[in-house]
Design a protein around this ligand. Structure first.
Ligand code: NAD
Length: 388
């Protein structure tokens, strides 16, 4: 196939673009009208979008509006076909802006069962509502991608996994960094042994919670949040550490770490420092917080080299450095094909279409909630080691 450079210099040295323009000009001069031209042979056109699956986005809050919905615009296997919201005016406004044909409320949500334009449902609601809406969507015959953390309790997560099996539909948890090129590259290097045997992973994720910020209100209310900083933000460091470790821990322990008289934390914890040990001799530790300045980082130490990711799980500009000892390090690079938000929904669409396991299945979300609950049990007892 002719590449673009050859194409522009067509046979006889006359640039094809110029040649086509000349032909068009001649036709236009002849007829007095604008004239279409055939596509020149051998043009390497970009790949057309694959058949796109239809998605309903459930919950039109800050993350849906600022990251999830714009992410679909870059996807090439997924398209938004419905919005679900308790606020009809907001749903209609957003549907018009994004050319989305249908809107549903929470009361008539189950009607999506009859909607042939919806293949997948993306749950972007407060955590305490994840299980209910995931199970309703699965019963409606749809595949479901649910935001992290998966649900409030282990029992809810188990019910979601069981509902997916009963409905013979895919269930994924939206751990977006598994679709983020830099994280994928660091994972590849760990797996290929570039760092030697993995010995130690440390990870921190937190921010200073503003209780007046509307999305923070449900996060500080246990029935809707499920848990505190560890559920909401610490889960990035925990899940990221496990992604790089590629093995399961055999024990966890944790202590609460926040000012006990802070009025923000009446029902959920404001911070948790955690540890995990692994049968291989690897260990990991980290922190989550609603009390320190925002940040996310992971450092993975192998026997011969280490990679420091800082930030590790931001939306747009993650960075990583490889260190072979005391050196200042060299940057790890990965060219993003498109954003992690688009890659994540396309990855889920591919898995449902090919009926192959999604990269971050419901079982992974269940595993993480089990581990965090074990950490809470440890912290409740002053940091005892809990076998898992
Ligand atoms: P948000 O408060 O901005 O949005 C929540 C949405 O749920 C709103 O549209 C709200 O109207 C709706 N809602 C329905 N019933 C509600 C109720 N009873 N109480 C409160 N809101 C109700 O929150 P958000 O930050 O967009 O978070 C939504 C989900 O997305 C959560 O699961 C959160 O963990 C997840 N999230 C993920 C990331 C990520 O990077 N993957 C980032 C932020 C949020």
């Amino acid at each position: 196939m002719m590449d673009r450079r050859q194409l522009l210099l067509g046979a006889g040295g006359l640039p094809l673009v110029a040649s086509a323009a000349a032909t068009a000009q001649t036709a236009a001069q002849t007829t007095g009208k604008a004239a279409g031209q055939p596509l020149p042979n051998g043009v390497d056109l970009p790949e057309p979008p694959k058949k796109r699956l239809g998605w309903a986005v459930v919950g039109l809050g800050s993350y849906a509006i600022n990251q999830v919905i714009p992410g679909f615009l870059q996807a090439d296997e997924s398209r938004m076909t419905a919005f679900v919201s308790g606020n009809p005016a907001k749903a209609k406004d957003l549907a018009e802006r994004y050319g989305v044909a249908k809107t549903y409320g929470y009361d008539d949500f189950d009607k999506i069962a009859a909607d042939k334009d919806i293949d997948c449902v993306y749950i972007v609601l407060p955590v305490g509502l994840h299980a209910e809406y995931t199970i309703r969507a699965l019963k409606a015959g749809k595949h479901v991608l649910c935001e992290k953390p998966m649900a409030s309790t282990v029992e809810e997560c188990e019910a979601m996994v069981a509902a997916a099996k009963a409905a013979n539909r895919q269930l994924g948890v939206a751990y977006r960094v598994h679709f983020e090129p830099l994280n994928i590259e660091v994972k590849r290097r760990c797996k290929q042994g570039e760092l030697g045997d993995l010995r130690y992973i440390t990870g921190d994720a937190g921010f200073n919670a503003d209780p007046q910020y509307p999305p923070m209100k449900w996060r500080l209310d246990k029935p809707l949040a499920g848990g505190g900083s560890m559920y909401d933000i610490g889960i990035y460091a925990l899940n990221g550490a496990l992604m790089l470790a590629d093995q399961m821990p055999d024990s966890v322990s944790a202590v609460y770490a926040y000012p006990k008289d802070d009025p923000r934390f009446k029902t959920v914890e404001g911070g948790l420092n955690w540890r995990m040990t692994f049968p291989s001799g690897l260990s990991a530790q980290g922190s989550s917080s609603y009390c320190y300045a925002g940040g996310s980082r992971i450092k993975v130490f192998g026997a011969s080299a280490a990679i420091n990711m800082d930030p590790a799980s931001d939306y747009y500009d993650n960075r990583a450095n490889l260190h072979r000892g005391w050196d200042p390090g060299t940057p790890v690079r990965a060219a993003p094909p498109y954003t992690q938000f688009a890659a994540q929904v396309d990855g889920f669409s591919q898995a449902t279409r090919s009926n192959t396991p999604h990269r971050t299945p419901g079982e992974m979300g269940l595993r993480d909630i089990r581990l965090i609950q074990a950490m809470y049990r440890s912290a409740d007892q002053g940091g005892v080691v809990v076998k898992v």
